[in-house]
Design a protein. Sequence first.
Length: 275
Amino acid sequence: MKISKTLYIRYLFTLLLPLSGLLQACDMIEYHPYDLDIDGETEVNARNIQRIETALDGKKEFSFAVISDTQRWYDETEDAVADMNEKGGIDFVVHTGDLSDFGMKLEFEKQRDILNGLSVPYVCLLGNHDCLATGKEVFNRIFGEENFSFTAGDVLFICLNTNALEFDYSDAIPDFSFLEKLLKNLSPDIRRTIVAMHAGPYSEQFNNNVAKVFQLYLRQFPGLQFCVYGHGHSIQVNDFFDDGILYYECTCAKKRAYLRFTLKENEYLYEVVNY
């Protein structure tokens, strides 16, 4: 959803300043929006990517789940984790961003701790809410870089920051230089490609001046299968560029649903899982 950093920070302090006396006396509540003193595990994505790549090395069939926009819905996120663990059958999880609502350290730590309850590895992308205050810096420390990739069997997963509005269009978002480096260093074993992002093309966050160029870049990767994204808090399937490449939107945790994809050797299956 479209947000303004300034308005959100003002709103945050409007909520919290009247409680400042109480909060100062309570070690259980972290309310400072610029705290970078991370408690617990860091570099989560790198460690989980190693687990994914090792477990799926040489495999041509696997399943993964997509969850998004968990934000302040902690109970619902816990229920999603429990549901994935109970149903089983997935090899890893992709979270397409907005782990936080205000970019506060405690929000990221709480979501990380919940997601650590998964019985399979997971990776997290940067959402637009995650960019508020020093949220991007917290995300970088806990999870890693906002643009990254990994392989699952013969599939390349490209995970991108597409929150151009949050950077005032001052940075190259989407980062085409990152995509060019991936293209130049492709393993010959890569046969298929899947792309994950937070904000999809033609949303207010995406740099839509380059949307068609973005798709042309993606089409250069081997066997582009589909793209996944969040941000809109709904379930949608769109062919934005009328080229047969589908974009699957995952809803927010509040609506108690996630996506599941099963990759077979020459096809994939798509399912909405309600919990």
